[in-house]
Write a protein that binds this ligand. Structure first.
Ligand code: PHE
Length: 327
């Protein structure tokens, strides 16, 4: 039996020396070292021997198996190395600058940001400059300085997201008015835009949405100026169409109005506006006997939906590729 083992081992060594591809190597490996391989079968036969024989022959079989295993492994590494060398020495070089098989999809601007860019562009042409403020605000800037008393329903926890009173997520862009007026002297002519937050969710409300807001404060500002700017803005955005001002209420403007635009034989509300309330000017440190101003605000998503014919507000935030691809 010992002779058999030596013979098997020599035979395997011989065959191994002439192998030069991995498939053939695998086949040989199965033949000798696999579950039903020659060596494994020899190991199984040991159980029929006497303990002394088993000890002696077992050692030889084990040694043969170990030797063959390491030869197979060395051969495998050899073949891999020479395959790689062949690959590298091919005369035809690989052009790594060739375009890939699949085109990388290009992104596009989100409709909300398109509208922001467009509106800011329109307002800058007539002298507004951009002002910014934080999304995490305080009750003071979001309400108090905007003449919104403690008892006002907008302060209700149900509408406003509180981080922890008095810190909240701004529910409109109007706190930027206050911050700007506190920082600079009149005249002020700014546009601000950004995210605002309210606890609301259905097909026309999302807990986060975008607003755009304009503010102009100077010595001689009238409702006629406000109307002029609103006419101009809407004409630039939607083309020539009728607009109307409907009396309304905001704590921070007096008088206040809602702006409607003509749309398919009817009227559509498009934003709020009014003359800045004297209390707001005063809170900002402006003399209300000398200065006056107007402010207006509108929802960006509303305008994006009208401009691009989107009918569910939520689709603006679902980031469905098929929807965004259209822009
Ligand atoms: N801040 C108001 C809102 O969120 C909109 C507005 C802005 C109204 C400026 C008047 C003047 O509803």
């Amino acid at each position: 039996m010992i002779d058999d083992i030596q013979r098997i081992r020599d035979e395997a060594r011989n065959k191994l020396s002439s192998v030069d591809d991995l498939t053939e190597l695998d086949r040989l490996r199965v033949q000798y070292l696999g579950k039903k391989g020659v060596v494994t079968t020899a190991l199984k036969q040991l159980k029929d021997l006497t303990p002394e024989q088993r000890k002696e022959i077992g050692a030889v079989v084990n040694e043969a198996r170990d030797e063959l295993e390491s030869r197979f492994e060395m051969k495998r590494l050899d073949i891999k190395r020479s395959d790689l060398e062949k690959e590298l020495s091919r005369t035809e070089p690989l052009d790594v600058t060739l375009p890939g098989q699949y085109a990388v999809p290009a992104g596009s601007q989100h409709p909300v940001h398109r509208v922001i860019d467009e509106m800011v562009g329109i307002l800058r042409k007539v002298g507004f400059s951009i002002a910014t403020g934080p999304e995490i605000e305080t009750e003071y800037y979001n309400f108090e300085a905007l003449n919104t008393p403690d008892s006002h329903p907008a302060r209700d926890v149900q509408d406003t997201f509180y981080v922890q009173s008095p810190v909240l997520l701004r529910s409109h862009t109007s706190p930027v008015q206050v911050r700007t007026m506190k920082a600079i002297d009149p005249p002020v002519q700014i546009v601000s835009f950004g995210r605002v937050y309210r606890a609301d969710y259905d097909h026309t409300h999302t807990p986060m949405f975008h607003q755009m807001e304009g503010l102009l404060v100077d010595e001689d500002v009238s409702l006629a100026d406000l109307k002029g700017v609103m006419h101009y803005l809407i004409r630039e955005l939607f083309g020539k169409r009728a607009i109307r001002f409907r009396p309304s209420f905001f704590p921070f403007t007096e008088p206040s109005a809602e702006v409607d635009m003509q749309w398919n034989d009817g009227w559509l509300e498009i934003g709020g506006c009014g003359m800045v309330h004297p209390n707001v000017l005063e809170a900002a440190g402006y003399n209300p006997d000398r200065y006056m101003g107007f402010a207006f605000g509108m929802g960006i998503e509303r305008i994006a939906m009208l401009k691009y014919g989107i009918d569910d507000l939520r689709s603006l935030f679902e980031n469905d590729y098929r929807m965004l691809e259209q822009f």
